[in-house]
Design a protein around this ligand. Sequence first.
Ligand SMILES: O=P(O)(O)OC[C@H]1O[C@](O)(COP(=O)(O)O)[C@@H](O)[C@@H]1O
Length: 323
Amino acid sequence: MLIRTSISSKECVQTLAIDFLAVAQRAAIASYPWIGKGDKNAADGAGTEAMRNQMSLIDMNGRIVIGEGEMDEAPMLYIGEELGTGNGPEVDIAVDPVEGTSLMAKGQDNSLVVIAAATKGSLLHAPDMYMKKVAVGPKAKGAINIDASLTENMKSVAKALGKDVTELTVMIQDRPRHHDLIQQVFAAGARVKLFSDGDVTGAIATAIEEMDIDILVGTGGAPEGVIAAVALKCLGGDFQAKLVPQNQEEFDRCLQMGLTDPEKVLTIDGIVKSDDCFFVATGITDGALLKGVRKKEAGVMLTHSFIAIGGSIKNFQFIEARH
Ligand SMILES: O=P(O)(O)OC[C@H]1O[C@](O)(COP(=O)(O)O)[C@@H](O)[C@@H]1O
């Protein structure tokens, strides 16, 4: 008999989050042999396969809403793919088996496995295109406006945090398209923290006090934006976004995916419509949020993960595990 429920109970969301922790850990371990080997696709393929195999064992009716691509372009974890034993809650799943594929292929810091999940029907089906984003932690919730300039956002966030604008640190991906944003930070006397890849980590950093980041701003991947929004929802932070279709084809693609007004402001609650959600990450290479996979003696592998759970649980944990 098939059991279909929602993940609204505390026990259910907690159990599923633990199951997905195992998925992220397996995917990170599978990618480990490819660190620094210069082959992005092999690394991504290994992580994807491990992720899919482990997810198939979970008691759930899962459906990939953000994955490796459309059915005709991705053999595994394609958008719409159904995963799990079929006995269990109905969940929307967003995955990135390797967030920071170039970093990983070059043996650089900050690549990680990221997964987000929420009650069925609650995650935005974002096409694989650019998205303008702004993210802040819990203390600045309600203080951001994606339609305002970064200068104005910095003023409002500084006020919410009880800081002077010059004390803010703004994380921005180091890309030519962000030149103007970087200049606005300098002009305000605030500090930038530029990073080469991995804006999911940047968004989470705004909600983890020890990471000392006040705002993440910039244009990056929309799939990563949805995953970051789930993480921030669990962490009590805030996130706003706008899709940035680059041409008519991308614009039409938004319409096909049911986004009737592709350039409208997307709030955190519009991207993640349910509080019953969770986020899991496992480090592949060392990074600002997590250490990477380590190979110990006698085939033992060490992993470092992060779990954030939303709803009535609302907590996060760092987990070190030996496999
Ligand atoms: O490299 P671009 O085109 O600036 O895209 C930005 C996106 O790329 C990343 O840095 C890494 O993405 P990949 O894992 O697909 O390589 C994301 O974190 C970010 O959203």
